[in-house]
Design a protein around this ligand. Structure first.
Ligand code: F6P
Length: 374
């Protein structure tokens, strides 16, 4: 089955943005997939309001990511639904980690739903998993444009994903608070942050919060060396420390965090093959206390980093991405993802963005963060 071109009767309307010119109005499906993050609603609002008010497009809201297209679960989407959602966390469309290629006849059912709903295009807002599926579906004929989201900031091809700035802000505020109580009690506090297999949140929040140690998946750590540095630091004039650790960090002699510190009880992987991470913070706190003799506590920030209202930066970035995705749809530039490069929003092939996580810039970690560590 090939869905190669919009199949609808063409409805023409006068564009409000360029008086006198004509645009082909389209029927567009919008979905949000993967872990939610602040700014999803801002993208939905930009796409829907821009499409309806300025181009006469029609929108269908697809519920819970790819799952909604497989099961044909949708809602109507118009400017009324988008009122007051700019500042709201989460996603009004719901989300899931459904992989059409790991679901019985998933891709076939999904493409049939697109046909049945009469959709000319899909705007898929997601991270590596959702957009990886979008790329494969595009190869099977799905007219899709991707928008990069994730607090982890691990999508290639874009300098930053929306959601990341908010997560860093939340983690930084938490570290600031941990510092004051660590100082009062002369303790070491380990703060575990999210990020899956990359350390972007840990490095940014660690630098911003003045952490003594920042441990990330990209650079496996030696527990002996971490403890030595803490002993040295406390042997000087410091009596407290915060250690920021990414949930995916692991020691030099361990292959991955998932095999070592998985305290969240997920023995099985999700449909994209990811194990649930978490637990390294508590492990480190125990080990550091035993090895150094200093009193140690741990805090896991977890989903607090993903919830709530987006920062101003994320609201603006999400709105820019939404406007750019709508323009890509109207230009029929399917199989692309909008991205931020050198301050500008560009279109890149989905294939250039997915499948190889963007790791922490070594310069940022080794030259900038390292200046103040230990
Ligand atoms: O990808 C975003 C993310 O928050 C990761 O940082 C984290 O490992 C994962 O999702 C948690 O997923 P869930 O919400 O399924 O627990």
């Amino acid at each position: 089955m090939k869905l190669v071109s919009p199949r609808h009767a063409i409805r023409r309307c006068i564009s409000a943005t360029t008086p006198g010119s004509y645009h082909e109005a389209m029927r567009i499906g919008v979905l949000t997939g993967g872990g939610d993050c602040p700014g999803l609603n801002a993208v939905i609002r930009a796409v829907v309001v821009g499409g309806i008010v300025h181009h006469g497009d029609e929108f269908v809201g697809i519920l819970d990511g790819w799952h909604g297209l497989i099961e044909n679960r949708t809602v109507s989407l118009d400017p009324d639904q988008c009122r007051s959602i700019l500042t709201k966390g989460g996603t009004i469309l719901g989300s899931s980690r459904t992989n059409p290629f790991a679901t019985d006849n998933g891709a076939i059912r999904l493409l049939a739903t697109v046909e049945a709903l009469g959709l000319d295009a899909i705007v898929a807002i997601g991270g590596d998993d959702t957009l990886g599926a979008a790329e494969r579906l595009h190869q099977q004929g799905l007219p899709v444009v991707g928008v990069p989201k994730t607090i982890d900031n691990d999508l290639s091809g874009t300098e930053v994903t929306f959601g990341f700035d908010t997560a860093v802000q939340i983690a930084t505020e938490a570290i600031d608070r941990l510092q004051t109580t660590a100082e009062s009690h002369h303790r070491i506090i380990v703060c575990e942050v999210m990020g899956r297999n990359v350390g972007w949140i840990a490095v940014h929040a660690g630098i911003a919060g003045g952490a003594a140690e920042i441990l990330i998946p990209e650079v496996p750590f030696s527990l002996d060396e971490v403890c030595e540095r803490l002993l040295r630091r406390h042997g000087g004039n410091q009596y407290f420390s915060t250690v920021v650790v990414a949930e995916g960090a692991h020691a030099i002699d361990e292959v991955s965090a998932a095999t070592t510190w998985n305290s969240q009880g997920s023995a099985t992987a999700d449909q994209f093959g990811h194990l649930r991470l978490g637990g390294i913070g508590a492990f480190l706190a125990r080990e550091i206390e035993q090895r150094t003799g200093y009193e140690c506590r741990s805090t896991v920030l977890g989903h607090i980093q993903r919830g709530g209202s987006p920062t101003a930066f994320d609201r603006v970035l999400a709105t820019r991405f939404g406007a750019a995705a709508l323009a890509a749809v109207q230009d029929h530039e399917f199989g692309t993802m909008v991205a931020l490069q050198a301050g500008a929003i560009v279109r890149i092939p989905l294939s250039a963005a997915v499948g190889r996580p963007k790791q922490v810039d070594p310069h940022l970690y080794e030259q900038v963060a390292a200046l103040y560590l230990g």
